[in-house]
Design a protein around this ligand. Structure first.
Ligand code: 6R9
Length: 663
């Protein structure tokens, strides 16, 4: 390339630029473009959130926006009653019944793409809701779903919502053991699963894994099996197993009146990783959650009913719940879901989908963007991506280089990017620019959304100066927040509130939510999220508890002790590093390493697979006997180890460091 090459000049300019303005063509058409909204929401809090609730159809109007009489057990829109399935389906039928609700793109093995219009989706949801009822599912019975990205997953979720049965979706990549733990914890007597699915062109068996999980459930379960693979995989159905298609056919034309749920009734549970081995059952409610995801889908993702909106997440995670299923469908748009991976059959899978379906938005994760960057711009460049109007990212911090690559090669420098910070527990987006209002700064998620009070504080809870690292805290409740951890109010307080709140106080001003993320803030109030400050890893945007992985490793025969930390990884963001001490008489060899990897995959799933297993005779410990995780992280990252003289066993450090990277 010669000097004066426009590409080189562009790269240089982009590399320097720290602030990007949304294009006027975007702003002009944006759902939200009034900068006054921030002041208005602050002045009118909490009544400002009526604006979110007003996007929904209520059966009974609520009489109180926020009941904060018993913090941190906040209640929103109390007195109101509402049904989520009605809001995602029935209310669109008159005007949009023939429009596509779900566009499902299956793996390209059998050309099996499927479109469901709102009318069709409504019909199948009603039929399956009737079938669930006939199976005995009543209001407030938890129905577990262990399913990959097939349309029957959102259908089952909406069918549950229709009859007031909370769902608990377990990511299909999780292990049988993880399924059993979650079903036992939720006392869930119903399971919807499927025979298998396609991945990278090959059929992948799923039902055996589900059966294995069921064997670990301590009560009786009625199971529904979706037949995704047809003749490719003949699964057998035990006595209390039902075939999905048969159940739905039996209910042909059935209509199920949507159950009026109190605003505060549970819509779903979602288990997520925490600092201890036991996963946390995050409880979301009907009125507050649905208001939150609907409002943020409109204000941040700029979704309009006539859009085709594409989020590449898996519905098994919160992103898919909020921003594939509930938010987009509540707004009556066309939401897409795809089966498979972004690199099969070619590394242009997403670009092909966007071109074919003329998607208006793409919401994806930094881990995917880093992979796209590595594969090269020729893959997106070969496709017409001009239908795109907005890009989004979620799940982990995005570095400015990846941000700019996304901006240039996918968005053609015309689409605003929303870098959205939020969590399973927050229900929906919390910190991000409003794309029609604010400039973007690559690497920084942006200010908190209007109506939220977010601060970056030090260990005493005092706000830190601009530019200094601190802890992200949320000072006021919001409608989409979790209400508690299922059956564990005490742990709810301990995990999220105890750090910065006066836990004996009844005054909501004394209560501060702590999401366990580190962050810094600049002079303009833009927040850069630095990552978790607890023992939770973020591998490819997926949350994994180090304790969960450690207990899986310690469960392997011959392992005496294990410590798991995250090491930086180019594509995954973080990768799992396991330091393992073997029992006497056991050799830390390849065979053992393999058994450890298998043990982790069996207990959690392939996503938790250790990048490295390092055998060591000892772990570095402080004099009080605590494992020095920070040091193990430095070793994993090849960082300078600093002063190790305060350790009980300083010699061990060099020994471990010399082994990392050996295999
Ligand atoms: C939605 C989701 C939550 C954790 C969260 C934080 C990290 C999410 C981020 C981000 C930096 C962003 N995280 N979005 N970090 N910038 N835009 O991912 O939920 O699976 O519960 O994970 O992910 O560390 O605490 P969840």
């Amino acid at each position: 390339m010669s000097e004066g090459d426009p590409d080189v000049e562009l790269e240089a300019r982009l590399a320097e630029q720290e602030r990007f303005e949304p294009s006027s063509s975007f702003v002009e058409q944006a759902n939200v473009s009034d900068p006054e909204l921030y002041d208005e929401f602050e002045a009118e809090w909490p009544a400002c959130w009526e604006q979110a609730a007003d996007l929904l159809d209520w059966d009974d109007e609520y009489d109180t926006v926020l009941d904060d009489s018993n913090p941190p057990f906040y209640e929103w829109f109390t007195g109101g009653s509402i049904n989520a399935s009605y809001n995602c389906l029935d209310r669109h039928l008159e005007e949009r019944g023939d429009e596509v609700a779900i566009e499902w793109v299956g793996e390209p093995v059998d050309e099996d793409d499927r479109s469901y219009t709102y009318e069709e989706l409504h019909r199948e949801v009603n039929e399956f809701a009737a079938a669930l009822r006939e199976m005995g599912v009543g209001e407030d019975d938890v129905v577990t779903m262990y399913m990959p990205m097939v349309p029957e997953l959102p259908i089952a979720m909406l069918a549950c919502a229709r009859i007031g049965a909370p769902h608990s979706v377990v990511f299909a990549g999780f292990s049988a053991e993880a399924l059993a733990t979650r079903m036992n914890a939720a006392d869930s007597e119903y399971l919807v699963t499927c025979d298998g699915y396609y991945r990278r062109g090959d059929p992948l068996e799923h039902k055996e894994k589900a059966d294995e999980g069921l064997a670990g459930v301590d009560h009786d379960v009625e199971t529904v099996v979706v037949d995704r693979l047809g003749d490719v995989y003949d699964h057998s159905l035990a006595e209390n197993h039902h075939d999905y298609a048969e159940l739905v056919a039996e209910q042909e034309g059935a209509e199920v009146e949507p159950v009026q749920r109190d605003a505060e009734d549970m819509l779903f549970l979602m288990y997520t990783s925490g600092t201890t081995g036991e996963p946390k059952g995050v409880k979301h409610t009907t009125g507050g959650y649905l208001s939150w995801v609907t409002w943020t889908s409109q204000a941040v993702l700029d979704i309009k009913p006539e859009d085709t909106y594409f989020c590449s997440a898996d519905i098994g995670w919160i992103t898919g719940h909020s921003y594939i299923v509930y938010g987009p469908l509540s707004l009556g748009t066309t939401t897409m879901m795809y089966e498979g991976t972004p690199d099969h059959p070619e590394k242009d899978r997403l670009w092909e989908i966007i071109e074919e379906y003329e998607a208006d938005q793409l919401y994806t994760a930094p881990t995917a963007i880093r992979a796209f960057m590595k594969w090269g711009p020729e893959y997106p460049d070969d496709h017409d991506l001009s239908s795109l109007r907005l890009l989004g990212t979620v799940g982990e911090p995005i570095n400015p280089r990846a941000w700019k690559w996304y901006y240039k090669h996918i968005g053609n420098e015309e689409c605003p990017i929303v870098d959205t910070w939020w969590q399973t527990e927050t229900g929906g987006m919390m910190v991000t620019t409003l794309p029609g209002v604010k400039d973007m700064k690559p690497g920084s998620a942006g200010p908190a959304l209007p109506g939220l009070d977010v601060e970056i504080v030090d260990t005493r809870g005092e706000p830190v100066e601009a530019g200094r690292a601190g802890y992200l805290t949320v000072n006021k409740p919001w409608p989409g927040m979790l209400r508690t951890l299922y059956n564990n109010d005490e742990r709810y307080i301990q995990e999220y509130w105890a750090e910065y709140s006066d836990v004996d106080s009844d005054d909501p001003d004394d209560w501060v939510y702590f999401p366990e993320d580190g962050a810094k803030i600049d002079e303009d109030g833009y927040i850069t999220v630095l990552g978790r400050v607890d023992d939770v890893l973020n591998v490819s945007g997926h949350r994994l508890g180090t304790m969960e992985i450690e207990s899986a490793i310690v469960g392997v025969e011959g392992v005496a002790e294990a410590a798991v930390v995250g090491g930086q990884h180019d594509l995954k963001g973080e990768a799992v590093y396991a330091y393992v001490i073997t029992e006497d008489g056991y050799e830390g060899d390849d065979e053992m390493r393999e058994r450890i990897v298998e043990g982790v995959e069996d207990a959690i799933g392939p996503i938790a697979r250790p990048e490295q297993v390092v055998f060591t005779p000892e772990l570095p410990k402080t004099r009080s006997g605590k494992i020095m995780r920070r040091l193990l992280e430095d070793i994993a990252n090849g960082d300078d180890l600093g002063n190790t003289s305060t350790l009980r066993n300083p010699d061990v450090v060099e020994d471990i460091a010399s082994k990392v990277g050996d295999d």
